[in-house]
Design a protein around this ligand. Sequence first.
Ligand code: SAH
Ligand code: SF4
Ligand code: F3S
Length: 446
Amino acid sequence: MTSQSESTVYIETYGCQMNVSDSELMLGKLEASGYRQVDAPDVADVILVNTCAIREHAEQRVIGRLGEIKSHMKRGAILGVTGCMAQRLGPAILERASHVSLVIGPDGYRSLPLLVDNARRGARTSSTNFDLEEQYEDFTPRRFDRVKAWIPVQRGCDYRCTYCIVPTTRGSERSRKLDDVVREAESVVAEGMSEVVLLGQTVNSYNDGVNDFGDLLRAIGGVPGIMRLRFTSPHPNDFSDRVISAMAETDAVCEHVHLPMQSGSSQVLKRMLRRYTREKYFECAARLRAAIPGLSLTTDVIVGFPGETDEDFEETLSAVREIGFDDAYTFKFSLRDGTPATRFPASETVPDDVASDRLARLIESVRSNVRDRNLRLLGQRREVLIEKEARRGGLLQARTRDFKTVILPGERSMIGSYATVELTGTTGSTFTGAVVRERKPLPMAV
Ligand code: SAH
Ligand code: SF4
Ligand code: F3S
C-alpha cells in the first residue's frame, strides 16, 4: 500500500489477558508499519477481531459480532480474525464468512503487516502454523492500560486438562528468557507504570532453561520502580517451595493468588486430568497462606463436567466454603471439539438444566461467602493503586494489593498514584473507600 501513513486499524479483543497482551503486540506492530489506531470499526481500514475459543458461548459471541461488523465496514476495509478461534477453525472461517479475508493464529502475528497488505490487495489467507521459537521479542507493544502492564512470560500449555482447548489453540509451553522479561519490566517503568502482571497459562511452571519462576519473581521484583508484581494463572502443582519463598521474600509480590481449583471433588479432578486431589489443593492453599500473611485467594470453578454427581458437586460447594475464596469465576462446562472430554460416553453428560441449577447454587454460595468476608474488612486500611475513572460519575476506581476493588472520590490526576484508604462500605463485592493519605505520583509517572 502506498498510502499507509493514512491507514487506520481497529482491534477488538475477547478472552483472557494473554489475548489482550497479544492485541497490544499486534497493534504495536501495525503502528510501527504506519497504521494509526481508531476506536470504532466503521472508520477503520483494517479491522481485527482477536478471538477466544474457551467455551462455545465465547465463539458464538464472536460469530455474532463478525456479522454486526460486516454492516459497519467502510468501503475497501478488510476484516481479520486472530487468536484462539482463528487457530482452531483456520480456513473454515474464510469459507463461512466471505467478508473475512484474514485468519491468523497466535504464533503468526509477525507476518501481520505483510498479510494485511496482501489482504488489502484482495488476497484471502489463513495462517495457523505454530512456531515454538516465537516470543515476539522485537515487538513494541502498544499498551491499552496506562497503570499496569501485562507482560507475557510464557506461551502455550503442556498440561492436558481434558476439558480445555488451549493446548490446541496455543501449542506447547515455552518460556521467554529472564533477561528479556526484565528488560520489558524496565521499559514499563520508564513509561511511568509501576505494576506488572506476568502472564502464562501455567505461569509458575516458567522455566527458561536456567531460571525458574522463583528466580523470575525475584528479578522482576528487583527492577527499580516496580511496586506491584502479580501473575496469572498459576497451576497448583507448580508452587514449589522455591517459588513460594520467592513470593514471600519479594516485597513487590502482591498478597493475592488466583488459584484455579476447577472442582472440589477428587473424582472429578482426576477425570479433568488436573493432576491434584482435593486434599492437595487444600494443602497448596494452606502453604501459600502460611507463607504470605493476608493472602487473598480467588479461583475458577467448572460445574457440570461429564460424570459430575450431586455428591461431587456438594464437594465443590464445601471446598468453596472451607477455603474461603475472596472471589470465584464460575463456569458451566462447555464441550469443545478436539478436547479429550469428547471421548467420555454420552451417558455421562450432565443435563443442561442440572448444570444450570448447580451453577446458580454455586454463584449464590460464592456471593454470600465473599460478602461475609468483605464485611469483616470494613474499617481496615489498605494501600490502593488508583487505576481509572469509575463508571459512576466523578469517582475513581482503585485496587488494593490483595485485589479488592475500591471506589473513591478524587481527581483524574490521581490515576496512576497510590493512596492509603479506609474501607468504609461494601456492596458485598466491591468497596467504597475514604482517602486517609495520598502519595505523590512516582517521579517517573507521566
Ligand atoms: N490456564 C488457566 C486457565 C485458562 S482458561 C489455568 O489452567 O488455570 C480459564 C478458565 O476457563 C479455566 O480455569 C476454566 O475454569 C475455564 N474453562 C476452560 N475450559 C472450559 C470449558 N471447556 N468449559 C467451561 N469452562 C472452561
Ligand atoms: Fe487449559 Fe489446563 Fe492448560 Fe490451563 S493448565 S490452559 S486449563 S490445559
Ligand atoms: Fe480464550 Fe485463548 Fe485465552 S481460548 S481464554 S483467548 S488462551
